[in-house]
Design a protein around this ligand. Sequence first.
Ligand code: PA5
Length: 411
Amino acid sequence: PEIDKVKKALKKKYETAYASLSLPHDTKQLRAVETLAKKYKKAGALVVVGIGGSDLGIIAIVEALRGKEHNVMDKKEIYFAETVDPFSIEQIQSKMKEHQKKKEKVVLIIISKSGGTTEPLVNFQVLLKTHKNQKNWKSHTVFITGKGSKLSQAADKLDCPQLEIPPLVGGRYSVFSAVGLFPLAVLGVDVRALLKGARDVQQDCLSKKTSKNPAALGAAIQFHHNRKGLNIFNLFLFNPNLEHVGKWYRQLMGESVGKEFNRTGKKRVHTGITPIVSIGSTDLHSMAQLYFGGPRDKYTQFITLHDHADKIKIPKEKIFADIVEDVQGKTVTDVMNAIEKGVHTTYKKLKLPHTKIELEKRDSYNLGGLLQLKMIEMIYLAFLLDVNPFDQPNVELYKRETKKILKGRNL
Ligand code: PA5
């Protein structure tokens, strides 16, 4: 029934809670994003201010496509101001000043759906002060927020460009809205391929044949293991540059199915699955003991990336041959594949439940598909767990308390 509901909702575009599924089809939004992004082709750097759903997806895609060291390797730098941390703010400020000295433009982007989250608004005010030393700072300050929010009103007052997040698109489902598309387009990421990847996978995820529907199948497997008492989901990413895909997913799962009440809001259920993120092979050296020998409370999904046109060969000279055997003349990828297979075989031998997704290529198309798959899978999983995947009422608790404390100056 949930597949039918999603299909019907898609026809109503942005009018239902499933609004985010219309984002990959929205050509009007894409035009608005690309038109504005074009203006910043020559910018030297971007500073993105946002938290949670307002930046995790962007970091995930940037790192997956350009690597964790993208700011060292790429011409156009991108910095993220997430939580409030004076050390990080000072570092970003000094980067902004460096660009100002070189007369290179920085684009300051504030992203907040509600327009009222404490951390981004604090960071933005501090960074805007530095940004104002840049000529044409107004045209280089972009607001991405909900229509009519206080932040949107501020953008109007300052006369800065702004892009809108549709009202029913929640933070953790917003990566295909201007939230993700605009910064990525300014960086030069192929956002059209990203959306195409999402559309193609979405099509599969609407199939009524569960065996042909990767999202329904994925949700059913998750649900099955959860009912058997496995309360932890381990997303095991066999690529260091996918770590933020894991962090993006953690929010998606944490906020979508971690609930106090059931879907109708009438029954207190305190349900959820705890997502954890592991990186292969790094975390084999810190967590494998627990995974292999510890409690049988986890269902694991491996995500691998097989696009290496790897020419890095381990030298044939046998300098260290006696220490690390059988690697001479092999590529680095050969070694990684051997580790991956070794882990897979161990999971099988130990009868630890696991599945695997293979990404064929490191590109926008495949990433768009992966993120869309995970979002629809989460909607189906929430249906099976009988919770609402789109709200996060308990998160508001700390936000309210923080505001009260700041008001009372009780620090
Ligand atoms: O998924 C969500 O809605 C949240 O995690 C938000 O993304 C996060 O709290 C930031 O909110 P906002 O974009 O309103 O500043």
